[in-house]
Design a protein around this ligand. Structure first.
Ligand SMILES: *Cc1c(COP(=O)(O)O)cnc(C)c1O
Length: 404
């Protein structure tokens, strides 16, 4: 009982599919974290765009405690009040007519892809099975979603991959036109690529995908697992573009740290998901749904969403100031509080070298590929924490520059 877990325990007891940093955070509050030694950190990583309201936000803690004392889980043999309330809230706030609840982003995308295939079989026939997605995209780790994802390193080495999947270049409509046809079942796209390097889709590109889908009776699926639930400055990023998908997937920020995913769809598509076609034991779990409902209701308010846009400007100003002094970035981009700083040519591929230096300076950040420093902090991060975090980031970057 008195054993204090250490980083070595990771190597002893856990599968080696991650390579976690040496420090082990044990407590969080707002945008601050503390490790086993009591050292404090500012959190610009946000659990990879998950801790949408920071750590242990009182509204989420209260929702968790209240539901935790009432009812946790029933299975889908019964429905439950929090799941019904969450589904209603999502339908009322989006284009969608129906919601399927699950426990992660990969699962939400798996549901979206299976639904698209089933809709095509129901309405057009078996031949309409092609799924088009994009190089560098990321859609999850199930075998279907890694195969649709555009990073072969995640799908290769596991034997035969699911068929009928084609990849085009992101933000290049011409490359999609070459693949699209009447056998296209769906186009799956992130409105802004997250793992692929924080690359926003252009208005023309996303509109062009919508038009191609309409022309060829295909479904447009927006993967908003990373961009959703306030992250972009709107509840969902599609609202920034005024382009409406047929299916949208959500997870990460949706639960503010509690595992939950959702697939949203229009009625004419959702109706193919008849009894028995799909399911998930934990999907629509009462505890998860109660926390997610509290998160959605708090985030989808003008105060929080305006605050995200304002904080975006602050992040950009700070990063540009750092860059004027040190010239480490080529481009600063993103939407809302999902921000990427692409390394300049002199620091090509060195984004990951910043992370351990930042940790030593008391800052948690992220990368998106080898060349982009990524930030996905709490949507309500205090401005003082932004300023202090940026001072720490600058010290880390000074050390990177000094070591070059
Ligand atoms: C993180 C992510 C996923 C996968 O979500 P999990 O919860 O890890 O399964 C899917 N799509 C996008 C765009 C993501 O960023």
């Amino acid at each position: 009982m008195s054993h204090t877990p250490s980083r070595q325990d990771y190597d002893h007891y856990m599968t080696p599919n991650y390579s976690p940093q040496q420090v082990i955070p044990v407590r969080g509050e707002g945008s601050r974290l503390w490790d086993q030694q009591g050292r404090e950190y500012i959190d610009f990583a946000g659990g990879i765009a998950v801790n949408s309201l920071g750590h242990c936000h009182p509204v989420l803690v209260n929702a968790l405690k209240a539901q935790g004392e009432k009812l946790w889980h029933l299975s889908n043999v019964f429905t439950n009040e929090p799941a019904l309330n969450l589904a209603k809230a999502l339908v009322e706030r989006t284009f969608a007519d129906k919601v399927f609840l699950c426990s992660s982003g990969g699962e939400a995308n798996e549901a979206a892809l299976k639904l698209a295939r089933r809709w095509a079989v129901d309405n057009h026939g078996e031949h309409k099975d092609k799924i088009i997605s994009f190089y560098q995209s990321f859609h999850g780790r199930t075998f279907f979603t890694v195969s649709v994802g555009g990073q072969p390193k995640y799908s290769q080495g596991f034997g035969p991959v699911p068929g009928g999947i084609l990849h085009a270049d992101y933000n290049d409509l011409e490359s999609v036109r070459k693949l699209v046809g009447d056998d296209t079942c769906a186009i799956m796209v992130e409105p802004m690529q997250g793992e692929g390097g924080i690359v926003p889709g252009t208005q023309e590109f996303l509109q062009g995908l919508r038009d191609l889908c309409d022309e060829h009776n295909a479904l447009l699926i927006f993967d908003e697992v990373q961009t959703g639930v306030g992250r972009s400055g709107e509840l969902y990023a599609y609202k920034n573009y005024g382009i409406t998908p047929d299916i949208l997937t959500s997870a990460k920020s949706l639960g503010g740290g509690f595992p939950i995913g959702a697939m949203l769809a229009i009625d004419s598509v959702a109706k193919s998901l008849v009894v028995g076609t799909h399911g998930s034991t934990y999907g629509g779990n009462a505890l998860a749904s109660a926390v997610a409902l509290a998160a959605v209701e708090l985030i989808d308010t003008p105060e929080v969403l305006e605050g995200v846009k304002h904080r975006h400007d602050l992040f950009r100003e700070h990063l540009e100031t750092i860059n004027r002094k040190h010239g480490v970035f080529k481009e600063i981009r993103g939407m809302g509080l999902l921000i990427g700083a692409q390394m300049s040519d002199a620091y090509e591929g060195r984004a990951k070298d910043i992370l351990p230096l930042a940790i030593e300076e008391g800052l948690m950040a992220l990368i998106a590929g080898p060349n982009v420093l990524r930030m996905a902090p709490s949507l309500v991060i205090p401005e003082a924490d932004i300023a202090e975090g940026m001072a720490r980031l600058e010290r880390a970057i000074e050390r990177l520059v000094a070591s070059a």
